[in-house]
Design a protein around this ligand. Structure first.
Ligand code: F6R
Length: 251
């Protein structure tokens, strides 16, 4: 696993996406939330000003709230359209059918769809303050598939900032499982701010454990964690990460 500490995580993540696309990547895995927003803004800028084209790219979303209409301002369907995919020339954008009467089947169907359109070339990830990726809350099986999950209260509290009240935050989501996510060729996780420092330390330097689902990145052959100084504050091996990035050879 590569750990990059930088004042501009969005540039490192955008570089990874742009390099993959210009190198022929056709499938992008997208997260929502505040962490990837600066990356999406940077990619939109490169699309508009530098001609970066997503025309041959299909997007596969990580997760979506169950029961939130797709036109709800906080649905991930609406979020990704308004903040990224609706502003570039990307092809199809896939999400799980979270308004289905049978969300468990919708989750299985989505897992099969990902297998058909995948593998995902680059999966962009954020991390929850409790160490989740997607909505794989602590205790999630490290080999889990796309499924219906109950959100942790901490996640609902963290996400309440986007809603008018805590009561409005959905209790369930369909999320790609950890097994599904790790089938992507490359994982790039971005985190900023001191609120993510404990989760980043557990994910990067803690044991590989369902207690910190993001620690699954340690298991992946090509995973990059991109953090600012605040999110890196509880890491022990900072000198090595800085040194290794400064002297990085082309992969
Ligand atoms: C969202 C997702 C979540 C978020 C995480 C961090 O699609 O999969 O795992 O990445 O909750 O959210 P932010 O970036 O808002 O702190």
């Amino acid at each position: 696993m590569e750990v990059v500490i930088t004042d501009h995580p969005e540039l490192v993540v955008a570089d990874a996406v742009a390099e993959a696309i210009t190198g022929g990547a056709t499938t992008l895995g997208l997260a929502t939330g505040s962490s990837p927003l600066p990356t999406y803004r940077e990619l939109i800028r490169r699309h508009r000003e530098e001609g970066l084209s997503f025309a041959n790219v299909t997007a596969v979303m990580l997760d979506e709230y169950v029961g939130l209409p797709h036109d709800h301002p906080e649905s991930y369907t609406r979020f990704i359209h308004d903040n990224f995919t609706g502003l570039i020339d990307i092809g199809d954008v896939y999400l799980p059918d979270t308004m289905s009467d049978d969300p468990k089947k919708a989750a299985r169907d989505y897992d099969e769809l990902i297998a058909r359109v995948g593998p995902v070339d680059v999966q962009i990830l954020g991390i929850g303050s409790n160490g989740h990726i997607g909505f794989n809350e602590p205790s999630s099986s490290l080999t889990s598939r796309t499924r219906l999950k109950t959100l942790a209260e901490r996640t609902r509290l963290d996400n309440a900032r986007f809603f008018d009240s805590l009561d409005e935050v959905p209790r369930h989501a369909i999320t790609q499982g950890l097994g599904t996510i790790t089938e992507a060729r490359r994982l790039v996780l971005a985190a900023t701010g001191e609120g993510k420092a404990a989760a980043i330390a557990a994910a990067v330097e803690g044991p590989l454990s369902a207690a910190c689902p993001a620690s699954i990145l340690q298991w992946h052959a090509h995973a990059t964690v991109v953090v600012d100084r605040a999110a890196a504050a509880l890491l022990r091996d900072v000198d090595y990460y800085l040194n290794a990035y400064e002297h990085k050879l082309a992969r």
